[in-house]
Design a protein around this ligand. Structure first.
Ligand code: BDR
Ligand code: CA
Length: 313
């Protein structure tokens, strides 16, 4: 199997970190061309720092990591230190990165990479607000038809929102950007809260990470320990939802997931429901399907895959 070439667009975030580690541990299925950072969970300076910490943890200081947009297209930046801690990567104690950021802007890298590769051969994997991707599409509309697929974490329908009653964080932070991406015409696969809230790090699953007895296994266990305090209190759930790793797990093992190809549109006008993903799950309109909206996951299979892959690093 030829590995899929991907760009990870991210705002690490403990769950972003695990998604990146899973991709880097899976070279048979995934070739990461570069990592582009965006402001989201924490400001850009910290997401660009955290992405490099994660690459170094995986022994991949050769990975190009680009800084991108430092604020949403049309709104003030909202961050999530209340979930991810002051650094965005609170939990483990990891060294400051020594690798430098790659030269140039993340948006230029996304555009250039899509233009350099044959059409349909590069997949975009956004794990944060969609500002970098929307900016690339605005600046270079020709790239839309070159994108193989956009597999993203964002939105929620049956689960409602996690930052407002109606909206999930990544979409809420930059709804204009999300709207542009959902309308761009490229094939979309969406991992909403409906599925990520089923990917819970229960105690036995966290113990399995720790039992790897490697720097990566320990760091992941400590990240999810930190992250879960918030979710346990908020939802009374069994552990932290591993949102973003659903994206990279899907690339490796799509059979773990199931969903529906439906119309999904983004609310950009009403303040009350700003950033809501209006998903026509029941197909009650004649609006054309534009996204595969994932609804279910084989959670045991997902954690089994994740633990086995992390053991390689
Ligand atoms: C999303 O928001 C962030 O807090 C996580 O990293 C994830 O991408 C979940 O709503
Ligand atoms: Ca994220």
């Amino acid at each position: 199997m030829t590995p899929r070439k991907i760009i990870i667009d991210t705002d690490p975030g403990q769950d972003d970190a695990v998604a990146i580690l899973l991709a880097l541990a899976s070279p048979e299925e995934i070739e990461v061309l570069g990592i582009t950072c965006v402001a989201g969970n924490v400001p850009l300076e910290l997401t660009a720092r955290n992405a490099r910490i994660v690459c170094e943890l995986a022994g991949r200081s050769d990975m190009p990591v680009f800084a991108g947009c430092d604020r949403p297209l049309g709104r003030a930046l909202v961050t999530a230190e209340h979930v991810h801690g002051k650094t965005g990567l609170d939990g483990p104690s990891l060294p400051e990165p020594t690798m430098a950021l790659a030269e140039g802007h993340a948006v230029d890298f996304i555009i250039a990479t899509l233009r350099q590769h044959p059409p349909g051969s590069v997949t975009l994997c956004p794990l944060g607000p969609l500002t970098n991707i929307a900016t690339a599409l605005q600046r270079a509309p020709d790239i839309a038809e070159r994108i193989a697929e956009i597999v993203l974490m964002g939105g929620g329908y049956f689960e409602g929102g996690n930052i407002t009653p109606a909206a999930e964080f990544n979409i809420y932070v930059d709804p204009q950007a999300a709207d542009a991406v959902f309308r761009c015409g490229a094939p979309l696969v969406v991992m909403p809260l409906d599925v990520t809230h089923k990917a819970l790090v229960t105690k036995p699953r966290n113990d399995a990470f720790r039992a790897l007895d490697t720097p990566v296994g320990l760091a992941v266990a400590q990240m999810t320990d930190f992250f879960e305090r918030f979710d346990k209190e908020k939802y009374g759930s069994e552990g932290a939802p591993l949102h973003d790793p659903c994206v990279t797990a899907y690339l490796i093992s799509p059979d773990l997931f199931s969903g529906r190809h439906i119309n999904v549109e983004i609310e950009t006008t009403s303040e009350l429901t700003m950033g809501m993903t209006v998903a026509d799950w029941w197909r009650v309109t004649d609006r054309a399907p534009n996204a595969t909206f994932v609804g279910d996951i084989d959670a045991d299979g997902f954690f089994d895959l994740l633990t086995r892959r992390l053991a390689r690093l």
